[in-house]
Design a protein around this ligand. Structure first.
Ligand code: FES
Length: 122
């Protein structure tokens, strides 16, 4: 649903979709979508806690000076951006890297939920 004013963002692995105004930071859009995105420096581009991977068909928003400084060449090549610096500029999938511990807990909870549902069905 991209037009010149708004774009659709799909956050993964949360599977949440929102429509955000172009020019809004990814960090602000994530908060609006109630997606947990770390921010240790208050959005100044200094901590990289808010890094996300962006997949978009649209022309990505230009890199900020802090993104060029804080992210490696490889990360930039792989589509990583700082959520507090990168602005919405078209429909995109936003992949929030999961903390390994959180991922393990999420997978265990999902497995337990599936198991409980299977028991209910029997
Ligand atoms: S919040 Fe610290 S770099 Fe984005």
């Amino acid at each position: 649903m991209s037009n010149s004013f708004k774009s659709t963002l799909h956050f993964q692995p949360h599977d949440k979709t929102i429509v955000a105004r172009n020019g809004t930071t990814i960090l602000a859009a994530a908060r609006h979508a109630k997606v947990m995105l770390q921010s240790k420096c208050g959005g100044r581009g200094a901590c990289t806690a808010c890094k996300v991977q962006i997949r978009t068909e649209a022309q990505p928003a230009p890199l900020s000076r802090m993104e060029k400084h804080m992210l490696s060449e490889q990360m930039l090549k792989d589509g990583y951006r700082l959520g507090c610096q990168c602005v919405v500029n078209g429909d995109a999938e936003v992949i929030v890297p999961e903390d390994p511990l959180r991922r393990t807990i999420r997978l265990q909870l999902e497995a337990a939920r599936r198991e409980a549902e299977e028991k209910k069905e029997k």
